[in-house]
Design a protein. Structure first.
Length: 291
């Protein structure tokens, strides 16, 4: 039976935290403390958990963190006014709007509300356009795609010239990830809920990345004994027993893979550490621009 490499995030996260801490100390020596501000609309328990993880990591690296929580019925005008205040505050270097939002705020084009130099989520159209053009050096990239590339590089997994299947075409993961991998000369195929030939696509793929958000949706039936692809599982789901699981049934598919990310402990931590990397990059860019 094949024993795959387990692509854990923690070794990368631990090493990167040391580098980030040194960068934070450098900026503090110049009188600048990196500062992340988060905005939450409503009372989502899951969102509060995610934000608590981000706050903890900010504290670990020596950065400042604040959270503004609004009632789900907040008006658009009040919400926009708060964003304008954050954008004009020179002490705040990064701002995230925790998704999903509710009420009137759903109708706003949220990606445009955070200043592109404070857009540590990498969602602003200005940053997306630069990604589209291939201008990825010193760019605030979307955190999950950025984290996936960092993990692949850390484990010395080559993606230049490889056939890579991305399952899911969201603006947060699938589409920006496809652009990034194309930039690095991978041959990318995008699949989605209407795709019908998954077993054939799996057979022809060197790396498979899933972000469909369905608990243990893919099992051994999708794989062939003649191919052992690398699996990057972006899914963070709950099964019927309230366990956190990915899009792949880990126990059933791992023997068909050469390497696989665990859930939890894989792409989730990579996304959060990528946010901290973006925060430090935002500080650098704003200091250069004197925003």
């Amino acid at each position: 039976m094949n024993q795959p490499i387990l692509l854990k995030a923690q070794p990368y996260v631990d090493a990167q935290k040391l580098i980030i801490k040194k960068n934070v100390e450098y900026w503090k020596s110049k009188g600048i403390t990196p500062y992340l501000h988060a905005i939450l609309v409503g009372e989502s328990t899951a969102s509060l958990k995610y934000l608590a993880n981000k706050q903890k990591l900010c504290l670990d690296i020596g950065a400042d963190f604040s959270l503004k929580q609004f009632d789900k019925n907040i008006s658009q005008d009040k919400f926009i006014k708060h964003l304008e205040e954050i954008n004009s505050n020179k002490n705040i270097h990064g701002c995230i709007i925790q998704l999903p939002v509710s009420g009137e705020i759903k109708n706003l084009e949220l990606s445009r509300l955070v200043h592109p130099l404070k857009d540590v989520d990498g969602f602003h159209p200005d940053n997306v356009y630069k990604l589209y053009q291939g201008q990825i050096d010193n760019l605030l990239l979307p955190c999950t795609p950025k984290g996936i590339l960092s993990l692949l590089k850390y484990y010395q997994i080559e993606f230049t010239g490889k056939n890579i299947l991305i399952i899911g075409r969201s603006l947060i993961v699938g589409k920006p990830l496809a652009l990034l991998l194309n930039h690095y000369n991978a041959t990318v195929t995008m699949a989605h809920s209407k795709t019908k030939n998954f077993p054939e696509l799996f057979l022809n793929s060197d790396i498979i990345i899933s972000a469909v958000g369905k608990a243990e949706f893919f099992d051994e039936r999708y794989f062939s004994k003649n191919k052992n692809p690398i699996i990057i599982d972006v899914g963070i789901n709950q099964d019927d027993n309230k366990r956190t699981v990915g899009d792949f049934n880990f126990l059933k598919v791992k023997s068909f893979t050469s390497a696989i990310t665990p859930v939890p402990g894989g792409i989730g931590p990579m996304t959060v550490i990528s946010l901290m990397e973006n925060l430090l990059l935002a500080v650098k860019k704003q200091n250069e621009r004197n925003l």
